[in-house]
Design a protein around this ligand. Structure first.
Ligand code: AFP
Length: 340
């Protein structure tokens, strides 16, 4: 047997040994995320069997009510993390308010913001989806988490990561010491270290990722930028375009291959669609930890002071040279008085 097999449990335990004063609560949060990921992965891989097992809102062949997968994933998170004793609050894409952990369950010193199943509109057509998470240390006193514990800048995250339910299931995370990827071996039910110390290729691959269906709603700067990527500027070679429409999948490719992922604001919706706390900030921390940059088009994402649990932000994540190019093009908007 190869000596290089490292499970996620072994890897996290190794990281904890470097912090002799650690209580183990942080390790527990990460292990609970990996357990939840395995449970969600099992259901995602059966999504194509929905007609056999039963569609959401109907009964399956066993006469049980079937949940929609995003609701199911949310319930798994609530069950595994909410009862695990390591977090004192959960912010979920699926719930308007911060979820506190009811007595008599134990709480711990962390709060987690999570998108349990990002890209869920892709499930029915068998396209990759993901889970995105962000972990902050509680700052307030008392047993229960307060909104202020989650409304922290992205640079204050203790850990962030995502699970990519693709042709294989991968869990990629950072605790601020590089980015590491683990692939689920379903035969033994373990995440195994497959991508240690991920670094985003720099300069970036000539690949841009954006929903061009919104072109006419973009600012002039954004339109000029994409015209450049399409090779419509003199002497500039065209880039390749790739857009899955599942942020985890598009970001995962960008992390491994380089290039740029963009979800700009539009003139009508200057903040775009993506949520800061549980989509953009965690992926931005991963991006920076892998040597990339993450910007809202003008400023560093990780410096944004959040004011709302579900606030949105434009997002430009990828290889540093390309994110800098974005900021250069979008700076013109400010001169023209356009906000997007
Ligand atoms: P869904 O969860 O509704 O499928 O949205 C996915 C998502 O939040 C993100 O994963 C994609 O990058 C983005 O939306 C795609 O949005 P557009 O369809 O507007 O391009």
């Amino acid at each position: 047997m190869s000596e290089s097999i490292v499970t996620i449990e072994q890897f996290i335990a190794g990281q904890e040994r470097e912090h002799p004063d650690a209580t183990g609560a942080f390790t527990d949060v990460l292990l609970q995320v990996s357990l939840a990921a395995k449970i969600i992965s099992r259901s995602v891989s059966k999504a194509g069997l929905v007609d056999i097992l039963g569609a959401a809102g109907s009964e399956n062949v066993h006469g049980e009510q079937v949940q929609k997968l995003d609701e199911y994933a949310d319930a798994v998170i609530a069950q595994v993390l909410g009862r695990g004793g390591s977090v004192c609050g959960i912010v979920s894409e699926e719930s308007e308010h911060l979820i506190r952990i009811p007595e008599p369950h134990e709480t711990g010193p962390y709060v987690i913001a999570i998108d349990p199943l990002d890209g869920s509109s892709n499930i029915d057509v068998n396209i990759s989806v993901g889970t995105i998470f962000s972990i902050h240390r509680k700052r307030s006193s008392g047993r229960d988490a307060q909104a202020s514990d989650v409304l922290q800048r992205g640079s204050e995250q203790c850990a962030a990561g995502y699970v990519h339910y693709g042709s294989s299931t991968m869990l990629v995370f950072t605790t601020g010491a590089g980015v590491h990827g683990f692939t689920l071996d379903p035969s033994i039910g373990e995440f195994l270290l497959s991508h240690p110390n991920l670094e985003i290729p720099t300069p970036g691959a000539h690949v841009y990722s954006v929903n061009e269906g919104y072109t006419t709603q973009w600012s002039e700067g954004q339109q000029r930028l994409v015209r450049r990527f399409r090779g419509e500027e003199d002497g500039v070679e065209a880039f390749s375009a790739r857009y899955v429409g599942s942020m985890v999948a598009d970001f995962h490719r960008t992390l491994l291959r380089g290039g740029i992922f963009m979800y700009p604001g539009t003139l009508a919706k200057p903040q775009g669609k993506l949520r800061l706390l549980y989509e953009v900030a965690p992926l931005s921390l991963l991006c920076e930890q892998a040597g990339g940059l993450a910007s809202d088009g003008h400023d560093r994402i990780l410096d944004i002071e959040p004011t709302d649990l579900h606030q949105r932000t434009p997002a430009f994540l990828g290889s540093p040279d390309l994110v800098e190019l974005v900021e250069h093009y979008l700076a013109q908007n400010r001169v023209d008085g356009q906000s997007a």
